[in-house]
Design a protein around this ligand. Sequence first.
Ligand code: AMP
Ligand code: MG
Length: 440
Amino acid sequence: MPLFGRKKPEVPTSVAPTWAPLPEPPEVDDRGLRSMVAHRDYLLSCVEELPPFGQNILDALDLAICEDVISAIDMPRFDNSAMDGYAVRAEDVASASAATPVSLPVVGEVAAGQSAPHRLSPGTAMKIMTGAPVPASADAIVPYENTDRSPTDVRIVAPSAEGQHIRRVGEDIRAGDQLFAAGDQLGPRDIGVLAGLGRDKVLVRPRPRVVVIATGSELVDPGLELTTDEQIYDSNSFMLAAAAREAGAQVFRIGHVGDDPEQVKQLIADQLVRADLVLTSGGVSQGDYDIVKAVMPEMGACDFAAVAMQPGKPQGFGLIGEDRTPMIMLPGNPVSAFVSFEAFVRPVIRKLMGSRPYVRRQVSCRAGQAIRSQPGRMQFARGLVTESADGSRQVVLAGGHGSHLLGDLARANALLLLPPEVDQVAEGDNVDVWLLDEIA
Ligand code: AMP
Ligand code: MG
């Protein structure tokens, strides 16, 4: 029931939020531009590796291990046979040949998973299967191929030297050996060796949860009809979501939101709970409707920079909300968004995962044509790299410079890195590229 006559308490309506500031940003040059590498290093310095957790070994594939794994057991665990055949004493078969076979009585049998029934007496043989423990006092295995396979009295037509076809205890891994160091990324063979050592769980860093949002009132989801001449399909949220997944993240593609400040704020606030990183495209340039840049400082500590690169000059970064969730705000042109992903987002995802190296390796290629570049910034051109029979690589341009040329980007398989001091690459000169189909 309303309380008539009572004055509502004064609620302060707009308390300016105070955020702990970001670390001191890198210096800019006399044009006010920050270098690409300085910006990347800055973002990397602002994010921390995710805390490790115990994971089933199969689910740890591609993740970075966070413990030094020391083997608790020898591998092999015991001397065992490498062949199906007969366990013997080498000296008993030393003279065996096709012309002068040696016959030995077969005194028992041992298969993988069984223990040898007794010691091997001199002048006898015991049937043995691959992986079965070698009976005491046997010191060689004669494979079936060099015998008549008799179950009672075996004829042996070739010698086996001492130790032949015996897999020795600990010859692969010794108890106490260190197999992995914190930071190693686990591949299928590593998962195999962990299982072989009896480990079912391992401490790794998780896949970062990356929320991907495109901004722009012109955007429409693929699959729907474009109803006005001004609409376009949202390609960025799909491309960035795919790129983040390929980089190892667990991705939540939210889709797109219009250039409306309240909607953008609400959507990001809703998503923060499940994000280790928020990724947006659009709305960070100088336009009147570049609302990401306008509203995000209300939600956290932000840094908007002009980076000396082309495409990808306008860049935004923030630590958003109470948990200071990292957010990278990319420009909206699809090629700019992609190049920025490669330059900044992939390294950040890899740092969150603890996967070194954070930055893609640069590969040197021979320029198959003369290439002009605008000096003063890192120019990223799209390229097609081919490999000659001798393994040397050559690169030519794939399409033009425009940051809207998504078709050219899809056709390319490399990004050329043309550094600020370069204005011209002659045919035959070396040029550095990122090979985009290499997943690292
Ligand atoms: P903005 O950075 O928001 O000014 O966008 C720059 C250009 O990229 C504009 O032409 C946008 O229409 C286009 N663009 C922005 N977001 C997307 C997107 N998600 N998919 C495709 N094109 C986009
Ligand atoms: Mg826009």
